[in-house]
Design a protein around this ligand. Sequence first.
Ligand code: SF4
Length: 147
Amino acid sequence: MELPQNNSEWYARGLRFSCTQCGRCCSGPAGFVWFTPAEAQQIAEHLGIALNSFYEAYARKLRGRWSMQERDSVSGRDCVFLTRDRAGRAACSIYPVRPAQCRTWPFWPENLVTPEGWRRAAKSCPGMDRGRFYPIEQIRIIRDSNP
Ligand code: SF4
């Protein structure tokens, strides 16, 4: 069995997560979807638009950093790239090039500090503790790739 790297890795036996596409993480109260300049370039290319057009149409600067714009919806404030199908299933319209903040959920360092932190996050994310199994090696890679 894989031994914990250190005592703080309470998730040494792995964790489960499969997104249910409920959309809660991309909607609800106003929030932030941070991205880097390199990610902005990738998203603009994915959308087939110029970089400055991407910033004008989809980005906003907050606290000296860039975040996605939001728009009003029945659920509160949606990420500008959140779409929903007729059944209400959420989808990300830039999924292949979504920022690291989105790609690394729920394996964010703050969610992994303690089991309580993980459980707290799971209260708003029904995809946690179910579905696909992530072994410790994979969790470390995702956790440490968080910006
Ligand atoms: S809150 Fe969790 S289950 Fe719902 S869309 Fe976000 S990641 Fe998926």
